[in-house]
Design a protein around this ligand. Structure first.
Ligand SMILES: [Zn+2]
Length: 226
């Protein structure tokens, strides 16, 4: 089997996504790019049941299947669009994270309000609701991912990208956690986002740049780190 290592990483991350209930059933999809091949979950497969052979390789430019026999996720255009827009990423994670989905309905600019969010994610814009699985959704995501590492998807879910699967996965967890904090803060009464200056101060800290590097360290020891 070709590229077994990346398929194993996808299987592992997919199971974690299911364990954390960021997706229920066959929803959501993840992908990882190796050169010009993008491996993504086959259509209709549940993360907790997915095997290495359920991750299908498609050509980045043509979208044609080059490894595997199943049909790739219906969100194939959304995944390929992210890689075409951002040469620096090799992973895309799309979940139906419940609290992030709720925050996505508020149509607010979701800016960092904690050091983790400022250093590891940045601003998270919201895209309008469009029918899943189509070109329009792919275009909306592509427009936003050009300059951001994540997008809240109104009435749908969350998408994150990363230099590797580990970074994209932790961004997903960070945003879902931050959305819980946001809801809690709102219910208590006060909510405060960082000012632009406060976010910049975090990004200038040496300790934060070290943590950022740690998140993207992967390949040689990735099986243990994931
Ligand atoms: Zn979805």
């Amino acid at each position: 089997m070709k590229n077994i290592r990346i398929k194993k990483q996808l299987v592992k991350i997919g199971r974690k996504i299911a364990d954390k209930e960021l997706v229920v059933g066959p929803g959501g999809n993840i992908s990882a790019r190796v050169g010009n091949i993008v491996y993504m979950k086959a259509s209709g497969i549940c993360f907790e049941e997915a095997k290495a052979s359920d991750y299908i390789g498609v050509d980045l430019k043509t979208g044609k299947i080059v490894d595997g026999s199943k049909k790739p996720t219906c969100e194939i255009a959304m995944h390929l669009g992210c890689y075409l827009e951002r040469k620096d990423i090799t992973a895309v994670i799309h979940t139906h994270a419940p609290i992030a989905t709720a925050v996505g309905m508020q149509d607010i600019p979701f800016r960092p309000f904690s050091p983790d969010l400022a250093a590891l994610v940045g601003n998270v814009p919201t895209i309008k609701y469009v029918v899943p699985g189509g070109k329009e959704l792919a275009e909306e995501i592509r427009r936003v991912i050009k300059k951001h590492n994540a997008a809240l998807m109104c009435n749908h879910g969350l998408l994150t990208v990363g230099a590797n699967l580990r970074e994209a996965y932790y961004r997903t967890l960070l945003i879902e956690g931050a959305c819980k904090t946001f809801v809690a803060a709102k219910s208590l009464g006060k909510m405060k986002f960082f000012t632009k200056k406060e976010a910049e101060q975090i990004n200038n800290l040496e300790a934060e740049s070290y943590r950022k590097t740690l998140l993207t360290l992967l390949d040689e020891t990735s099986d243990e780190l994931l």
